[in-house]
Design a protein around this ligand. Structure first.
Ligand code: SF4
Length: 296
Protein backbone atom coordinates (compact mmCIF):
# COMPACT_ATOMS: atom_id res chain seq x y z
CA UNK A 1 0.00 0.00 0.00
CA UNK A 2 1.36 3.40 -0.94
CA UNK A 3 2.07 5.75 1.96
CA UNK A 4 2.20 9.54 1.89
CA UNK A 5 5.09 11.25 3.65
CA UNK A 6 4.52 14.78 4.90
CA UNK A 7 7.55 16.91 4.03
CA UNK A 8 8.37 19.59 6.54
CA UNK A 9 9.40 22.73 4.70
CA UNK A 10 12.15 25.07 5.86
CA UNK A 11 12.34 28.87 5.36
CA UNK A 12 14.72 28.32 2.43
CA UNK A 13 11.94 26.42 0.64
CA UNK A 14 10.02 29.73 0.46
CA UNK A 15 12.96 31.50 -1.19
CA UNK A 16 12.03 32.73 -4.67
CA UNK A 17 14.06 32.04 -7.79
CA UNK A 18 15.12 35.69 -8.05
CA UNK A 19 17.52 37.32 -5.59
CA UNK A 20 16.36 40.66 -4.15
CA UNK A 21 17.82 43.74 -5.82
CA UNK A 22 17.34 45.85 -2.68
CA UNK A 23 20.24 48.00 -1.42
CA UNK A 24 22.47 46.12 1.03
CA UNK A 25 21.05 46.65 4.53
CA UNK A 26 17.55 47.64 3.35
CA UNK A 27 14.96 46.90 6.03
CA UNK A 28 12.86 44.93 3.52
CA UNK A 29 15.26 41.98 3.91
CA UNK A 30 14.16 41.63 7.54
CA UNK A 31 10.52 41.24 6.55
CA UNK A 32 11.30 38.82 3.72
CA UNK A 33 13.26 36.56 6.09
CA UNK A 34 10.50 36.80 8.71
CA UNK A 35 7.74 35.88 6.22
CA UNK A 36 9.69 32.87 4.91
CA UNK A 37 10.26 31.69 8.48
CA UNK A 38 6.64 32.29 9.55
CA UNK A 39 5.24 30.35 6.56
CA UNK A 40 7.56 27.39 7.26
CA UNK A 41 6.72 27.37 10.97
CA UNK A 42 2.99 27.48 10.22
CA UNK A 43 3.39 24.40 7.99
CA UNK A 44 2.23 26.24 4.87
CA UNK A 45 3.10 24.98 1.40
CA UNK A 46 4.02 27.36 -1.45
CA UNK A 47 0.86 26.37 -3.36
CA UNK A 48 -1.28 27.44 -0.35
CA UNK A 49 -0.02 31.01 -0.52
CA UNK A 50 -0.45 33.95 -2.88
CA UNK A 51 1.42 37.22 -2.44
CA UNK A 52 0.04 40.37 -4.10
CA UNK A 53 1.90 43.69 -4.28
CA UNK A 54 1.64 47.20 -5.71
CA UNK A 55 4.58 49.36 -6.84
CA UNK A 56 7.75 50.42 -5.03
CA UNK A 57 11.02 48.85 -3.83
CA UNK A 58 9.15 46.63 -1.38
CA UNK A 59 6.54 45.66 -3.96
CA UNK A 60 9.11 43.44 -5.72
CA UNK A 61 8.48 41.12 -2.77
CA UNK A 62 6.36 38.45 -4.59
CA UNK A 63 9.31 37.74 -6.91
CA UNK A 64 11.48 36.83 -3.93
CA UNK A 65 8.99 34.45 -2.34
CA UNK A 66 8.34 30.90 -3.51
CA UNK A 67 4.53 31.10 -3.69
CA UNK A 68 1.95 32.31 -6.19
CA UNK A 69 2.49 36.01 -6.80
CA UNK A 70 1.07 39.08 -8.53
CA UNK A 71 2.83 42.42 -9.00
CA UNK A 72 -0.11 44.76 -9.64
CA UNK A 73 -0.76 48.51 -9.96
CA UNK A 74 0.38 51.33 -7.71
CA UNK A 75 -1.81 51.36 -4.62
CA UNK A 76 -4.22 48.73 -5.93
CA UNK A 77 -2.82 45.53 -4.40
CA UNK A 78 -5.55 45.29 -1.73
CA UNK A 79 -8.32 45.49 -4.34
CA UNK A 80 -6.74 42.71 -6.42
CA UNK A 81 -6.09 40.62 -3.30
CA UNK A 82 -9.75 40.96 -2.25
CA UNK A 83 -10.71 39.43 -5.60
CA UNK A 84 -8.19 36.61 -5.11
CA UNK A 85 -9.56 35.81 -1.66
CA UNK A 86 -13.19 35.80 -2.81
CA UNK A 87 -12.32 33.58 -5.79
CA UNK A 88 -10.48 31.06 -3.64
CA UNK A 89 -10.90 31.55 0.09
CA UNK A 90 -8.79 28.46 0.82
CA UNK A 91 -5.65 30.42 -0.09
CA UNK A 92 -3.48 32.28 2.41
CA UNK A 93 -3.38 35.76 0.91
CA UNK A 94 -0.52 38.12 1.72
CA UNK A 95 -0.32 41.69 0.47
CA UNK A 96 3.07 43.42 0.56
CA UNK A 97 4.03 47.00 -0.21
CA UNK A 98 5.35 50.25 1.13
CA UNK A 99 3.98 53.36 2.86
CA UNK A 100 3.69 55.46 -0.31
CA UNK A 101 1.91 52.70 -2.16
CA UNK A 102 -0.41 51.71 0.68
CA UNK A 103 -1.03 54.83 2.76
CA UNK A 104 -0.83 57.39 -0.07
CA UNK A 105 -1.95 56.10 -3.46
CA UNK A 106 -3.86 53.15 -1.98
CA UNK A 107 -5.21 54.88 1.14
CA UNK A 108 -8.84 54.37 0.13
CA UNK A 109 -8.36 50.62 -0.35
CA UNK A 110 -6.69 50.42 3.08
CA UNK A 111 -9.81 51.93 4.68
CA UNK A 112 -12.32 49.73 2.88
CA UNK A 113 -10.41 46.45 3.12
CA UNK A 114 -10.22 47.01 6.89
CA UNK A 115 -13.95 47.73 7.31
CA UNK A 116 -14.91 44.78 5.08
CA UNK A 117 -12.72 42.47 7.18
CA UNK A 118 -11.28 40.71 4.15
CA UNK A 119 -9.33 37.67 5.37
CA UNK A 120 -5.86 38.63 4.22
CA UNK A 121 -2.60 39.81 5.80
CA UNK A 122 -1.36 43.26 4.78
CA UNK A 123 2.38 43.71 5.45
CA UNK A 124 3.56 47.27 4.94
CA UNK A 125 7.31 47.93 4.78
CA UNK A 126 7.11 51.43 6.18
CA UNK A 127 10.36 53.34 5.56
CA UNK A 128 8.74 56.79 5.77
CA UNK A 129 10.00 57.83 2.32
CA UNK A 130 9.57 57.07 -1.38
CA UNK A 131 12.66 54.91 -2.01
CA UNK A 132 12.17 53.67 -5.59
CA UNK A 133 11.86 57.24 -6.89
CA UNK A 134 15.05 58.20 -4.98
CA UNK A 135 13.84 59.89 -1.82
CA UNK A 136 10.70 62.05 -1.70
CA UNK A 137 8.47 62.74 1.28
CA UNK A 138 5.82 60.06 1.90
CA UNK A 139 2.54 60.03 3.88
CA UNK A 140 4.36 58.63 6.92
CA UNK A 141 7.39 61.00 6.86
CA UNK A 142 7.91 62.93 10.09
CA UNK A 143 7.31 66.69 10.30
CA UNK A 144 10.53 68.58 9.50
CA UNK A 145 12.09 65.76 7.48
CA UNK A 146 14.29 67.04 4.67
CA UNK A 147 13.95 65.11 1.41
CA UNK A 148 14.38 65.88 -2.29
CA UNK A 149 10.79 67.14 -2.42
CA UNK A 150 10.94 68.94 0.95
CA UNK A 151 14.38 70.64 1.02
CA UNK A 152 13.26 73.01 3.81
CA UNK A 153 11.59 70.25 5.85
CA UNK A 154 8.25 68.45 5.67
CA UNK A 155 5.35 70.67 6.82
CA UNK A 156 2.64 67.95 6.69
CA UNK A 157 1.52 65.80 9.61
CA UNK A 158 2.09 62.06 9.05
CA UNK A 159 -0.56 59.35 8.98
CA UNK A 160 -0.93 56.98 11.93
CA UNK A 161 -1.39 53.69 10.05
CA UNK A 162 -1.92 51.37 13.03
CA UNK A 163 -4.46 53.66 14.68
CA UNK A 164 -6.15 54.20 11.30
CA UNK A 165 -6.41 50.44 10.74
CA UNK A 166 -8.06 49.91 14.14
CA UNK A 167 -10.46 52.84 13.78
CA UNK A 168 -11.45 51.71 10.28
CA UNK A 169 -12.43 48.27 11.55
CA UNK A 170 -9.32 46.07 11.22
CA UNK A 171 -9.76 43.05 13.45
CA UNK A 172 -6.00 42.58 13.85
CA UNK A 173 -3.52 45.46 13.99
CA UNK A 174 0.16 45.09 14.79
CA UNK A 175 3.51 46.76 14.31
CA UNK A 176 6.96 45.23 13.94
CA UNK A 177 10.55 46.29 13.35
CA UNK A 178 12.69 44.57 10.75
CA UNK A 179 15.65 44.82 13.15
CA UNK A 180 13.78 42.59 15.65
CA UNK A 181 13.45 39.46 13.51
CA UNK A 182 12.25 36.96 16.13
CA UNK A 183 9.50 39.27 17.36
CA UNK A 184 8.44 39.99 13.77
CA UNK A 185 8.11 36.27 12.98
CA UNK A 186 5.77 35.79 15.95
CA UNK A 187 3.64 38.79 14.91
CA UNK A 188 3.37 37.57 11.29
CA UNK A 189 2.38 34.08 12.39
CA UNK A 190 -0.46 35.52 14.50
CA UNK A 191 -1.51 37.82 11.65
CA UNK A 192 -1.69 34.96 9.13
CA UNK A 193 -3.61 32.73 11.54
CA UNK A 194 -6.14 35.47 12.32
CA UNK A 195 -9.38 35.07 10.35
CA UNK A 196 -10.12 38.54 8.99
CA UNK A 197 -8.14 41.59 7.95
CA UNK A 198 -4.72 41.67 9.63
CA UNK A 199 -2.49 44.70 9.19
CA UNK A 200 1.18 44.74 10.18
CA UNK A 201 3.07 48.01 9.84
CA UNK A 202 6.78 47.14 9.75
CA UNK A 203 9.49 49.72 10.44
CA UNK A 204 11.75 48.90 7.55
CA UNK A 205 14.60 51.45 7.30
CA UNK A 206 15.57 52.81 3.88
CA UNK A 207 19.33 52.95 4.41
CA UNK A 208 19.90 54.91 1.19
CA UNK A 209 17.43 57.81 1.39
CA UNK A 210 16.09 58.11 4.95
CA UNK A 211 18.86 59.23 7.28
CA UNK A 212 16.43 60.11 10.12
CA UNK A 213 14.50 56.90 10.78
CA UNK A 214 17.47 54.54 10.92
CA UNK A 215 17.99 51.19 12.66
CA UNK A 216 19.54 53.10 15.59
CA UNK A 217 16.56 55.49 15.74
CA UNK A 218 14.22 52.53 16.25
CA UNK A 219 16.55 50.49 18.47
CA UNK A 220 16.64 53.43 20.92
CA UNK A 221 12.85 53.83 21.01
CA UNK A 222 11.08 50.56 20.26
CA UNK A 223 9.44 48.80 23.19
CA UNK A 224 7.52 45.54 22.79
CA UNK A 225 3.92 45.69 23.97
CA UNK A 226 4.06 42.15 25.34
CA UNK A 227 6.45 43.43 28.04
CA UNK A 228 3.92 46.02 29.23
CA UNK A 229 0.97 43.71 29.96
CA UNK A 230 -1.06 45.28 27.12
CA UNK A 231 -4.45 43.62 26.51
CA UNK A 232 -5.07 43.36 22.71
CA UNK A 233 -8.84 43.12 23.28
CA UNK A 234 -8.84 46.67 24.72
CA UNK A 235 -9.76 48.81 21.68
CA UNK A 236 -9.27 52.21 23.39
CA UNK A 237 -5.89 51.35 24.86
CA UNK A 238 -4.82 49.92 21.47
CA UNK A 239 -5.63 53.21 19.70
CA UNK A 240 -3.93 55.30 22.39
CA UNK A 241 -0.74 53.23 22.25
CA UNK A 242 -0.75 53.20 18.45
CA UNK A 243 -0.79 57.02 18.44
CA UNK A 244 2.30 57.30 20.66
CA UNK A 245 5.37 58.49 18.73
CA UNK A 246 8.34 59.88 20.63
CA UNK A 247 10.80 58.56 23.19
CA UNK A 248 8.80 55.31 23.23
CA UNK A 249 7.36 53.67 20.14
CA UNK A 250 5.51 50.41 20.67
CA UNK A 251 5.67 47.28 18.53
CA UNK A 252 3.60 44.11 18.95
CA UNK A 253 -0.07 43.22 18.60
CA UNK A 254 -2.12 46.32 19.47
CA UNK A 255 -5.59 44.98 18.72
CA UNK A 256 -7.18 41.61 17.99
CA UNK A 257 -10.83 40.61 17.72
CA UNK A 258 -11.56 37.07 16.56
CA UNK A 259 -15.36 37.38 16.83
CA UNK A 260 -16.09 39.35 13.64
CA UNK A 261 -16.94 37.23 10.57
CA UNK A 262 -14.66 37.66 7.57
CA UNK A 263 -16.15 38.93 4.29
CA UNK A 264 -16.11 35.52 2.58
CA UNK A 265 -18.10 34.05 5.48
CA UNK A 266 -20.86 36.62 4.97
CA UNK A 267 -21.09 36.33 1.20
CA UNK A 268 -24.19 34.17 0.46
CA UNK A 269 -22.81 32.79 -2.81
CA UNK A 270 -19.89 31.27 -0.91
CA UNK A 271 -22.19 29.65 1.69
CA UNK A 272 -21.93 26.21 0.16
CA UNK A 273 -20.07 24.60 -2.69
CA UNK A 274 -16.57 25.61 -1.62
CA UNK A 275 -14.32 28.20 -3.28
CA UNK A 276 -15.60 29.57 -6.59
CA UNK A 277 -12.26 28.72 -8.23
CA UNK A 278 -12.92 25.01 -7.66
CA UNK A 279 -16.47 24.97 -9.06
CA UNK A 280 -17.60 24.01 -12.54
CA UNK A 281 -18.02 27.25 -14.52
CA UNK A 282 -21.51 26.24 -15.77
CA UNK A 283 -20.63 27.24 -19.36
CA UNK A 284 -20.32 25.16 -22.49
CA UNK A 285 -16.88 24.95 -24.07
CA UNK A 286 -18.01 27.34 -26.82
CA UNK A 287 -19.37 29.87 -24.32
CA UNK A 288 -16.14 29.72 -22.29
CA UNK A 289 -14.08 30.27 -25.43
CA UNK A 290 -16.24 33.27 -26.39
CA UNK A 291 -15.73 34.81 -22.93
CA UNK A 292 -11.96 34.23 -23.07
CA UNK A 293 -11.78 35.70 -26.58
CA UNK A 294 -13.55 38.88 -25.45
CA UNK A 295 -11.13 39.25 -22.55
CA UNK A 296 -7.96 38.78 -24.64
FE1 SF4 B 1 15.50 49.71 0.35
FE2 SF4 B 1 15.66 52.36 0.21
FE3 SF4 B 1 17.26 50.86 -1.29
FE4 SF4 B 1 14.65 51.00 -1.82
S1 SF4 B 1 16.10 52.68 -1.96
S2 SF4 B 1 15.91 49.14 -1.78
S3 SF4 B 1 13.78 51.14 0.25
S4 SF4 B 1 17.26 50.96 0.95
Amino acid sequence: MATTTMVELKPKDFKGKVDPDWCPGCGDFGLLNAVQKALAELGKKPHDVVCVSGIGCSSNFPGYLNAYGMHTLHGRALAVATGVKLANHDLTVLVTGGDGDGYGIGGNHFTHTARRNVDLTYLVMNNQIYGLTTGQVSPSSDIGMKTKSTPFGNIERPVHPTAAAIINGATFAARGFSGHGKHLVEIIKQAIEHKGFSHVDVFSPCVTFNHDNTYDFFRERVKQLEETGHDPSDWKSAVEKALMWGETIYTGVFYRNDEVPALHELEPILDEGGPVAHREPGLTKEQAQRVLKRMM
